[in-house]
Write a protein that binds this ligand. Structure first.
Ligand SMILES: Cc1ncc(COP(=O)(O)O)c(C=O)c1O
Length: 400
């Protein structure tokens, strides 16, 4: 065995000792509500397909139609010959949804954050290392993009606009370009950033506000437009409420042109394939008209949150379709996940380093495919006294 292999093995064993080892579990997607694991059907509470669009006929048909008409691959990067004319229509629809002058479609959300942030924070172009003020609980891909840019993030306490204001104030005299970086809805907590206050601070301090709207696009905001109204640059993905894959940046035309010339993840990566573009296009047609579905999902989540809180569970600051049951220790989250599985619900325990130490949780996501009876049975499952007691309420989801 090469020396590196024994190190990897020791690393894995260390994770297992701390109940932090991850495994890939084979699942079969039966429909938007149900997954089959090991021959048993479960209600899927771990999917980000909030509008149940990944099994929507319109998306599946347009994906199949575009595969038949345009092939299964795009053949090259968008800058070589992969810039199929299909992109222009999709980008126009994204720009309209986000009320921005232009949009640029990229590959995955992770790749977009990794590559776009690295380009936007490029000190050789900006003339100085930028000051990047970032929520400390931003998604891993955003931290990765900052790392790739070689900049040091100035992290503010989660969702704490006052702390952000303080940090901006401390750098008042520094003339370096400044950016503020936040998610709109936080993926593991389901809480919403104080975006109005953050946008006001951005204007007052002449900072460019970048919002990752991954978990709001399609499911929140007017016509499913998300929650990024005050942002200068919006990043988002098609992999959650929009039901397929791929990502976008909505911005000024200048930013878009700059990214086409400087963003490695766009320049050196093959363009998305036609079937994926077909699903994206169909989702963008459907989303503005899905107000009733958005209201339904919000109602389901509120019903569950109220019930879980009444049972003594800590749901953190969740205010959206994402509801965590914060347990604390990794083994408590694993136990709760196991209990839910026994009752026919599939929900993934989320442990550090995905969430801060001491805040391991089971993250539940409600979608248009769930029913009120699913919610009630789920509450019964977590209340079942034959099982271990529910996690004790915690004072705060995120110790500062
Ligand atoms: C806030 C946020 N940004 C980006 C991503 C990555 O998106 P994708 O799954 O399309 O790579 C995720 C999803 O995990 C996310 O939660």
């Amino acid at each position: 065995m090469a020396g590196s292999e024994s190190r990897y093995q020791a690393f894995l064993e260390g994770l297992a000792r701390e109940n932090l080892r991850r495994e890939l579990v084979d699942v079969e997607a039966v429909d938007a509500r149900t997954i089959r694991v090991g021959g048993r059907d479960y209600v899927n509470l771990a999917s980000n397909d909030y509008l149940a669009l990944r099994f929507h006929k319109a998306l599946m048909e347009r994906a199949a139609e575009w595969a038949k008409r345009y092939g299964t691959g795009s053949g090259a990067s968008r800058l070589v010959t992969g810039n199929l004319d299909l992109f222009a229509g999709i980008e126009a629809k994204v720009a309209r949804l986000k009320s921005k002058p232009s949009a640029l479609v990229m590959a995955s959300g992770f790749q977009t954050n990794a590559a776009v942030l690295a380009a936007l924070f490029d000190r050789t172009v900006l003339g100085a290392e930028p000051l990047v003020f970032a929520d400390r609980l931003n998604h891993a891909s955003m931290h990765f993009g900052c790392k790739a840019a070689g900049i040091r993030e100035i992290r503010y306490r989660h969702g704490d606009a006052a702390h952000l204001g303080e940090l901006l104030g401390q750098h008042q005299g520094d003339r370096s370009p400044r950016f503020i970086l936040t998610e709109s809805v936080f993926s593991m907590d389901g809480d919403v950033a104080p975006l109005e206050e953050i946008a006001r601070l951005a204007r007052a301090h002449e900072a460019c506000l970048i919002v990752d709207d991954a978990h709001a696009t399609g499911i929140l905001g007017e016509g499913g437009s998300g929650l990024s109204d005050g942002a200068d640059i919006v990043i988002g993905t098609f992999s959650k409420a929009l039901g397929s894959f791929g990502a976008y940046v909505a911005s000024s035309a200048t930013t878009r042109n700059y990214l086409i010339n400087r963003c490695s993840g766009l320049i050196y990566s093959t363009a998305l394939p036609p079937p994926v573009l077909g699903a994206m296009d169909a989702a963008l047609d459907l989303v503005p008209g899905m107000d009733a579905d958005r209201a339904y999902v919000a109602k389901l989540a509120a019903r569950f949150r109220a019930g879980a809180q009444a049972l003594g569970y800590d749901t953190g600051a969740s205010a959206t379709q994402i509801v965590p049951l914060i347990c604390g220790a990794p083994e408590s989250a694993l136990d709760l996940g196991e209990r839910l599985r026994k009752s026919g619900f599939w929900a993934t325990p989320i442990r550090p380093p995905t969430v801060p130490k001491g805040t391991a949780r089971v993250r539940l996501a409600f979608t248009r495919a769930h029913t009120e009876s699913d919610v009630d049975l789920l509450l019964e499952a977590i209340a079942d006294t034959a099982n271990p007691a529910p996690a004790q309420p915690r004072a705060r989801a995120h110790p500062a």
